[in-house]
Each structure stands twice: as C-alpha cells, then as structure tokens.
Design a protein around this ligand. Sequence first.
Ligand code: GTP
Ligand code: MG
Length: 459
Amino acid sequence: MLEKITGTFSSIVKTLSGNSKITEKNIEDTVEQIKMALLEADVNLRVVRRFVNSTIEEAKGEKVLKAVDPGQQFVKIIHDKIVSMLGDKKTDLALKGPDTQSVILLLGLQGAGKTTAAHKLAAKLKKDGRKPLLTACDLVRPAAVEQLSVLGQKIDVPVYKEEGAKDAVKVAKNAIEFAKKNGIDTVIIDTAGRLQIDEAMMKELVELKKKTDPVETILVADSMTGQNAVDIAKSFDEQLGITGVILTKFDSDARGGAALSLKTITGKPILFIGTGEKTDDFEQFHPDRIAGRILGMGDIVSLVEKAQETVDQEAAIKMQKKMARNEFTLQDMLEQFESVEKMGSVSKIVQMLPGMSNFDESMVDKAGIKHQKAIIQSMTYKERLNHLIIGPSRRKRIAKGSGTSVQEVNKLIKQFEKTKLTMKKLTRNRGMQAKMMQQMSGMDLSQLGNMQLPGGFHF
Ligand SMILES: Nc1nc2c(ncn2[C@@H]2O[C@H](COP(=O)(O)OP(=O)(O)OP(=O)(O)O)[C@@H](O)[C@H]2O)c(=O)[nH]1
Ligand SMILES: [Mg+2]
C-alpha cells in the first residue's frame, strides 16, 4: 500500500526533521524532490502544480524560516497540503434515518470491484447497526447474480434477486418495495460493468438513478489505474452525477496517484478504500490518516480502531479482571492466541505503524502460534486451569499429543508462568497489556525496534 510514495516522502521528512536551519534553497530543493515524487506517483499535473506553488509560498513565509524548529514546521506544511490533496476531511455517507429506505447505487467499469465493494459496504453498515439489502442488478454478466448471492450469504445479509430478469430498473424498484415491507433501511444496488463507458451502460444507469432516487451514487474505481480512474470519475460525474468514490485495490497501489488527484480534479470525495479481497479489507477514507501513512508517520488511530474492532471488548474486560485477581490460566492463554489469530493479517495492522510500511506477513510467526495452541489443546481442561499439576509424565503425553517435544512444552509453561507473573505486576497499566497481547501473538519483536507509541505502548 503506497510503498513507493511512502519511501520517498519518509526520507524527505527524515532529512527535514533533522534540519535545525532551513534556507530558501532547502525549500526549493525539497519541493522539487516532492514534485518529482508526485509525478512518478502518477498524480495529475494540475494537482502537482498547485501543490508546488502553494507550498513554496507558504514555506517561504516567516513561519518556517524564523521558526524555532523550521524543519518540523516545513513538514507540517507538507503534511497539511497532502491532507488537502486527499480531500481534507473524511466524508460520511448521507444515509437517512432508519424509517425510510436509503438507496446506494454502485457503478463502475468491469472488474473495478463493484460486487466486492457492495458486500464489504453491507457488512460495514450491518456492523454499524443498519439493516442492509444487497440487490443484484448486474443482469449482463452471467454469473454476477450468483456471485452476489454467495457474498451476501457469507456475511448474512439478504440478497434481492429475480431469476431470469432482464430489466435492472424493475429489479431495483422491486427491491426497494421488498425493503419497505421487510424493515430494511439500506438498499445497496450492484450494477453491471462494461469495458468502457458506453451508451447502453450510461442509459441504464441514468434510468436506474432516476427511478431509485439514491442518497449516494458511488463510483467504484480501481486505484491501480491511476489517472485513468480520475478520468473515469470525471466522465461518470458529468454524465450521471456521482456523490463519491470507492477506491479499490488500494493494497496493490504503490503510487497513490488516483487518491491524490481525485478530489481536486473531480470535486468528489473518496468515501472508502478497498484494501484486499476479504470482507473486512475495507476502510473509511480519512485524508489525515492516509497523509500520515504517506509521510511515514504511521497511522496509529486506524491501528487502534482495527484492533478494537477485532478484539472482543467484553472478553478483554473479563480477561483484565482475571489478570487482576491473578486467575489467568493456560485456557485464557489459548483464548488469547485465538483472538490474535482472529485479527487476521497482522501485517496489515503493523504496516500502519510509523516506519513499518515495509513490514510483511512473512515476519509474523504464524507457525509458532499454531504450535503453542496445539500444546495447550493437548492438555486436559483440568491441566489448563491449574498448570501446577502438569508433571513430567503429563508433559510427555502433551508433547506427543501435540506433535511437539517435551522441551517445547516446558518452554510454553515457563512462558505462561512468566506472563502470569508480569501480568500480576502490571494489571493497572493498559498499555503494557497491549504489549503483552503483541508478544503472545508470536511476532518477532526484534523487528519492531525501539518504538514509542502513545499511551506507553512501547515495543
Ligand atoms: N486486492 C484487491 N482485490 C480486490 C479488491 N476489490 C476487488 N478485488 C478483486 O477484483 C476482482 C473483481 O472484483 P468484482 O467485485 O467482481 O468486480 P466488479 O466491478 O463487480 O466486476 P464486474 O461485475 O465484472 O463488472 C475480484 O477478483 C476481487 O476479488 C481490493 O480492494 N483489493
Ligand atoms: Mg460485479
């Protein structure tokens, strides 16, 4: 995700931050460097020009040259300009209250990721407490209806479809009726894509929009296509009127040209980004957070949110109480391993940390977690609740049962005892608990260096 542009920008920021003196020449050289980086990232020329002019003007003002920490001041200006390029503020969907049906129309070219985005959005809205309905209005591609059905089933969201239907507008209208009758508040419509914008598609979309009166008409565009995505957005907006964009395949986009140009060129906000093929690989677009990532400052807020989403809050509180009473058992440790596994691709989360954008999944010791889980799973429930009864012969049995060695079993029990002891000492410090969660995830912590994060969260 944005590896290329992040690499260039972080090194610029590093150099600047260390500079106690900034001259006009420094400013010009740096802006030139940034200009090249933006052009290489396929950012629209008009956007680049605007950035260059306004940054030079602002940086050469009194604020930077006479500041106590001119390097930091300059970095702040660059940061703010990038935030503004990305669209300033996050934009929420304009959904109506739960008593009326809000229609969200998704459109875009073939393979852009409409159907995938439809189900990701449905899952997100469901998590937010809404009642979504997916509507299969791609009647062009033969397997499209089936694809949406499968995805809807996966996330337990109803899918409205009509066998053998030919008229997308009719299906959409019937879906809204169905929603009204069944207490559904949000109707997400998946439409057919074409290789290029053509008349037949536009005609159908214009009609669909007219008849369904959507609160959001969202273009789904592939971020990897760079300026092409921006051109498509412009064209759709002119012919149909869009309210925003979902940028997909952001995970594979090293450059970020589309994200950095869209708002300035089209005036329409980026609402969400798709960051992978799975349901949860979907984030609301926060310009300030993305700017932080691009400048190599990390995205702590998203990191914490993601962790909060995946860790069961109630279970966490229960665990905390247990720790406080020194009741932490091997069974609890097993549950913690499981919750860490549930967090899915840890690498995606770690990538949001400052300076960790190059972290990849191979650095996470998944096999290690599996082994440790197997050891605890080979214990009886009684043993899990009281590790003191696990003598040599039990250890031998557990090693055999888990396909590991007695040494490994010893190691795990030792680690458990150590954790229990540390937990007892530190139960009042939330930050330290988070650290322990990380340690138990089997991550190779040496990779993380000496990072200090807010709230005493220290690797
Ligand atoms: N890596 C990655 N892949 C994605 C993302 N979004 C979609 N894809 C993949 O892109 C391919 C096309 O996605 P679809 O959702 O079927 O695209 P579509 O726009 O509905 O395509 P048509 O219905 O044929 O017009 C699939 O293989 C998806 O898994 C994303 O954010 N990241
Ligand atoms: Mg589709």
